[in-house]
Design a protein around this ligand. Structure first.
Ligand SMILES: Cc1cc2nc3c(=O)[nH]c(=O)nc-3n(C[C@H](O)[C@H](O)[C@H](O)COP(=O)(O)O)c2cc1C
Length: 179
């Protein structure tokens, strides 16, 4: 797939099923994440791979969080099973005199996008999700995040089960100005 075709025609898919990327395909996805722009070369990210039994473990964590935080327990429990594979992307900022935390969180966000595009380029699809489970102290604790780390996204990956929605037609003239 040509780079510009990918950038201009990419789309997300929320309905995902097996097969999911594995082996060398998965390694390409992670390598793409590691090519995200990174001020100071701080590698301010880490990824947690969740598939198979891991989805059940994540489901238990979500259920525990929903219970503790008065969320919808059943809904939370079902969430991880919306795809055969989830990569949890964690911003792991380092203390640095010239690179503020926000830049490092942005880098981790770029890693999510790069990985989604690497999956798309290999014939898979996915969706970047957050929601309450991305901002839950219980989830953070259960996943072993440090005080300074945060979840920037759950990247759900697999094979698309629905056709692409017609993308919004945005006109660049509404968003670009010239100085
Ligand atoms: C930081 C971030 C968090 C998001 N969280 C959710 C989410 O929790 N649930 C959801 O349905 N879409 C979420 N989205 C949006 C989808 O990933 C996707 O971009 C959107 O459905 C538009 O589809 P498209 O990528 O095909 O344009 C999020 C996007 C970003 C950038």
């Amino acid at each position: 797939m040509k780079a510009l075709d990918l950038l201009l025609n990419r789309y997300s898919c929320a309905r995902l099923a097996a097969p999911a990327p594995e082996g060398a395909e998965l390694e390409v996805i992670w390598k793409a994440g590691l090519r995200a722009p990174d001020h100071g070369g701080l590698t301010p990210w880490r990824f947690i791979h969740v598939s198979g039994e891991g989805l059940s473990s994540l489901s238990s964590i979500f259920a525990k969080a929903a219970e503790a935080e008065e969320g919808d327990h059943e809904k939370a429990k079902a969430m991880p099973f919306r795809a055969p594979l989830i990569t949890i992307v964690i911003a792991s900022p380092k203390v640095h005199s010239k690179v503020p935390e926000i830049e490092q969180v942005l880098s981790a966000g770029c890693a999510v996008h790069a990985m989604q595009m690497a999956a798309f380029a290999q014939g898979y699809n996915g969706i970047w999700r957050t929601g309450p489970m991305a901002y839950s102290p219980v989830v953070n604790q259960q996943l072993g995040l440090s005080e300074t780390e945060s979840i920037v996204g759950y990247l759900y990956l697999g094979s698309a089960q629905t056709k692409a929605n017609k993308p919004r037609e945005l006109d660049f003239k509404d968003y670009v100005s010239w100085l």
